[in-house]
Design a binder for this molecule. Structure first.
Ligand code: ADP
Ligand code: MG
Length: 647
């Protein structure tokens, strides 16, 4: 016969100073293998304190406690958890079953905190042993009190422990069920199990082989049994396994499903946060695409050269009066040898004129230019054709109209339009481009530059008000700018940039300004949305804290059955992360739905790309983990006795 446990001058003192309570005062007790000891005493005499220490749920203030020959007095939470799991089977007064698990699932619980095979088989075997073979799939609320306590005894037996520790196991039962349970404990002892039974009732204690009385923290043995120097049963040893990842996940998910309404409400916060982030970024993306498209239509590769320097306000300053640009400049810039990155060059002579057709008249901007105008402005004709080089050299009286101008004048191809008393023939209509910044790109007229000079500047062949040019691509815009700048500096005999008598302006600067505006707006909106994600995370934390408080009893029970602080930390982290990830995925669904519906019913565009979706879900998961750490750590830190007492 080995020794299961030995208490050596063990004391437990609560509080200090005047409030000091000596719940146990120098208690010594030895329990051998196969023994059946009842601890009896009135309320407040120290029974529960003794049971907590015997059950490795609490450490003594002083003295030594050996369990199976090992001193457990100084062990940490993790080691104590393993001893509880492997070597002690608890039976509590309030049964302490988990209500949303069936009988066999409750019995299986301690096996989940170690690496055990065929858990269902083991659970069914012990349930049969306590006479519950026909009730294995019933939930605790479908069982009588006596049956529930039998499930609890089965749970204590399933790990094949060295000791069964029962605290008032009949306290909540009627007399018939009490006899039943005591008979089972008796049978177990006769089959070789070591049992320590704690009760206030001497009649219950009578079932034991030995009865020990607790009186004000002291022990008083009724029947002394031999076996003083027995050797202890085998040492605990071995590795310390913990709950597998699969069961941690399952336990976490059961926790979520067990509280559906609360879980749904928690995920709502994350759902809206994620959906808001994705939608605002999507709306920002769509409007930025739209602005880009509109500005690109203006010709992002377009450079405009105007006379005068920027410092003298040359851009809008009296064009023509200070003209320093000539047709020679145009020819020079058009020479590929000088400027390989310039694609098209077009001189412009323009004025506001009234156009008269047979049907009506219309005032618009008339530009004299060359075929390069169409290329430089990235425009096209929808019907007819644009001006040719032959038209330019012939001073041809031909006009190409914007679509708005054509329709306002009520003219089509081949019709005649009078500009300043000179008749022009409509040879082409430009493709509609819509509003372009400050001007209407569809309200204009283009004639050969030579005809415009005849009409507007008295035939001066050198008069050029501005020069349009386009680069071969958006990447060569910078070098095209440099080439034009250098060429004009040389041909205009200018030494320093400050003395330049011309200004080159890029259209794309407009684009980058617009892009930075939409980017700023997107960042602003996304930050507001991100804050709502943060608020969602705080919501998860609050609910998890409520959950930890509400489930204190469950946490205590799991600890008594051998869950380590790490097991509980992981269980609650999994719950928080799962809530956030589920909320995040639902949020993606909501965002995708909104992305389809919003453009359908409004003019707001939503472009959802993969990156913000992945980032939002990733952030949601991280938020769940980060905000889950605090509640999970609280659950892990709860002392098992405090947690059990809460029930
Ligand atoms: P029993 O289980 O026999 O009723 P307990 O072991 O619960 O007795 O309590 C023994 C004594 O220790 C009582 O006087 C009780 O008030 C005191 N006590 C128990 N737990 C605590 C505690 N956590 N803090 C302070 N005093 C306690
Ligand atoms: Mg008590």
């Amino acid at each position: 016969m080995g020794e299961v446990l030995r208490l050596d001058q063990v004391s437990k003192i609560y509080g200090s100073g005047d409030a000091e309570v000596r719940a146990l005062d120098g208690v010594s007790l030895t329990v051998d293998e196969g023994d059946f000891v009842a601890v009896v005493g009135p309320s407040g005499s120290g029974k529960s304190t003794l049971m907590n220490i015997i059950g490795c749920l609490d450490n003594p203030t002083s003295g030594r406690y050996l369990f199976a020959g090992e001193d457990v007095s100084g062990m940490g939470a993790r080691e104590l958890a393993h001893i509880r799991n492997k070597r002690i089977g608890f039976v509590f007064q309030q049964f302490q079953l988990l209500n949303d698990l069936s009988a066999w699932r409750n019995v299986e619980l301690p096996l989940l905190y170690r690496s055990a095979r065929d858990r269902r088989g083991s659970a069914l075997r012990v349930l049969e042993q306590v006479g519950l073979a026909k009730r294995v799939d019933h939930r605790p609320n479908q069982l009588s009190g006596g049956q529930q306590q039998r499930v609890a005894i089965a749970r204590a037996l399933v790990t094949d422990p060295d000791l069964i520790l029962a605290d008032e196991p009949t306290g909540n039962l009627d007399s018939a069920s009490s006899r039943d349970i005591l008979a089972i404990l008796r049978q177990l002892n006769e089959a070789g199990r070591t049992v320590v039974l704690i009760t206030h009732d001497p009649a219950v204690a009578a079932v034991a082989k030995r009865v020990v009385h607790t009186i004000d923290g002291h022990l008083d043995e009724e029947v002394a049994a031999g076996g003083g120097g027995a050797s202890p049963v085998g040492a605990t040893g071995g590795s310390h396994p913990h709950m597998s990842l699969k069961h941690t996940l399952l336990t976490g998910l059961r926790g979520i499903l067990g509280h559906r309404l609360r879980s749904i409400l928690t995920t709502l916060g994350i759902l809206f946060g994620v959906a808001a982030v994705i939608c605002t970024v999507g709306i920002g993306q769509a409007s930025s695409d739209q602005v880009n498209a509109q500005i690109s239509a203006l010709g992002t590769n377009l450079l405009t050269i105007t006379p005068g320097s920027t410092s003298t306000g040359g851009i809008f300053g009296g064009a023509g009066s200070a003209s320093t640009l000539t047709m020679a400049d145009v020819t020079g810039l058009a020479d590929k040898a000088n400027a390989p990155d310039i694609q098209a060059v077009a001189p412009v002579v323009q004025a506001r004129e009234t156009l008269v057709s047979s049907a009506s008249n219309w005032s618009t901007t008339v530009s004299g230019s060359t075929p390069g105008w169409l290329v430089a402005n990235a425009r096209s004709v929808s019907s007819g054709s644009f001006l040719t080089n032959a038209d330019v050299s012939d001073h041809a009286q031909k006009v190409v109209l914007g679509s708005t101008t054509a329709s306002d004048l009520g003219v089509t191809l081949g019709d005649s339009v009078t500009i300043g008393k000179v008749p022009f023939t409509v040879t082409g209509i430009l493709t509609t481009v819509g509003g372009q910044g400050f001007q209407n790109g569809d309200d204009l007229a283009v004639v050969p530059v030579t005809a415009a000079q005849d009409l507007l500047t008295g035939g001066d062949p050198n008069s050029v008000q501005r020069i349009l040019l386009s680069s071969t691509g958006s990447s060569t815009l910078g070098s095209a700018y440099q080439e034009a700048d250098q060429l004009l500096m040389v041909t205009h005999n200018i030494g320093s940039a400050a003395a330049a008598d011309f200004t080159i302006q890029a259209n794309s600067s407009f684009l980058s300004t617009a892009q930075s505006v939409t980017t700023t707006l997107t960042i602003l909106l996304a930050s507001v949305a991100a804050i709502s994600l943060l608020v969602g995370g705080i919501g998860v934390m609050n609910i998890m804290l409520v959950s930890v408080t509400e489930r204190t009893g469950e946490i205590g029970l799991r600890k008594a059955l051998g869950a380590t602080p790490g097991d509980l930390l992981r269980q609650f982290l999994v719950e928080a992360a799962a809530l956030s990830i589920i909320g995040g995925l639902l949020g993606v669904g909501a965002a995708l739905l909104a992305g389809r519906l919003v453009p359908h019913f409004t003019t707001i565009g939503v472009t959802i790309t993969a990156t913000p979706v992945l980032i939002a879900v990733g952030v949601a998961a991280a938020v769940g983990l980060v905000f889950g750490v605090y509640p999970a750590a609280r659950a892990a830190r709860l002392a098992p006795i405090e947690a059990l007492r809460s029930q």
